[in-house]
Design a protein around this ligand. Structure first.
Ligand code: FPP
Length: 271
């Protein structure tokens, strides 16, 4: 049961926003492109890494809020395959912050019944990072609440290529190299196999790009862009994104039933 007191203090903006949310139509899976850490730091004359450090507070608030709202899945884009191009010090700090987060927040993940799973080319990360990730994943494996996926050394194209290779290996192994696969079979071998696709993709800092994130999975996601820089992103912004999502008309390529009569088939009969 959703505990409203843990989501909004009485009389706050958060409470007003929460009242606007239809709790029966929550997105099942929210994916987030956390952007703007560097600009947040720059605007304060701080080194870029301070933006990442400040971004951890947003990660904590968003993940805990998602758990309290009883969402099924949240996926955060923390480090892309392209992010290795950043200065060595910035990459090292990001990895250090990740390890620190996992160590400090494991108790909170457990308290909130959150299952933690990293996705991406995890084998390409430093062994010390892999160890922390594995530990957090194992410790939270039996939790039954929110699934918190963190995308690390992740690329949407890399995932598709990895999936193609995985599928080809599997078919060779089963001596079915000539088989024709379908979308479902392909999905079942993505990093996110068995996880519903995101219904809502949030991007902060106002940029209108998907940046190689969950390319296959966001096919029908609603996109919400907020100008707020990631370190300033708070619960209220998540509520705003959900309200925006619930105002969308999701048709998946079809038309509204009420509009179906507006189309006339080639033979002149109404469709
Ligand atoms: C994008 O901002 C942000 C990242 C590349 C990293 C996001 C990482 C964190 C919030 C901290 C670590 C995460 C966890 C889960 C512990 P940017 O640097 O590209 O910002 P800019 O576009 O303003 O330069």
């Amino acid at each position: 049961m959703i505990d409203f007191r843990k989501l909004a203090e009485p009389g706050t903006l958060e409470e007003t926003l929460l009242e606007k949310i239809d709790l029966k139509r929550l997105p099942r899976h929210i994916a987030v492109i956390m952007d703007g850490n560097g600009r947040w730091a720059k605007s304060r004359n701080l080194p870029r890494v301070e933006g990442h450090r400040a971004g951890i507070a947003s990660v904590k608030e968003v993940v805990e809020t998602a758990a309290r709202l009883e969402l099924r899945v949240i996926t955060l884009y923390a480090f892309s395959v392209e992010n290795w191009k950043r200065p060595r010090y910035e990459v090292a700090t990001l990895m250090m912050l990740l390890k620190e987060y996992l160590r400090k927040e494991l108790a909170t993940l457990m308290e909130n019944n959150i299952r933690f799973v990293p996705i991406g080319r995890i084998e390409g990360l430093d062994p010390s990072v892999q160890r922390e990730l594995r530990y957090a994943q194992e410790q939270t494996a039996s939790n039954t609440g929110l699934l918190f996926q963190i995308a690390l050394n992740y690329g949407g194209r890399a995932e598709i290529v990895d999936t193609v290779n995985r599928v080809m290996a599997l078919l060779r192994e089963r001596e079915m190299a000539d088989a024709v696969i379908d979308e479902q079979f392909f999905s079942d071998h993505l990093y996110t196999a068995n996880i519903d696709d995101p219904d809502l993709l949030i991007r902060t800092s106002g940029e209108l790009r998907v940046s190689n994130f969950l390319l296959w999975q966001i096919a029908y996601a609603e996109i919400h862009v907020n100008k707020v820089l990631w370190p300033d992103f708070r619960r209220r912004h998540l509520f705003e994104a959900i309200i925006d999502f619930q105002a969308r008309d999701r048709r998946y390529g079809a038309v509204d039933e009420s509009d179906a009569g507006m189309f006339i088939e080639a033979d002149g009969n109404r469709a």
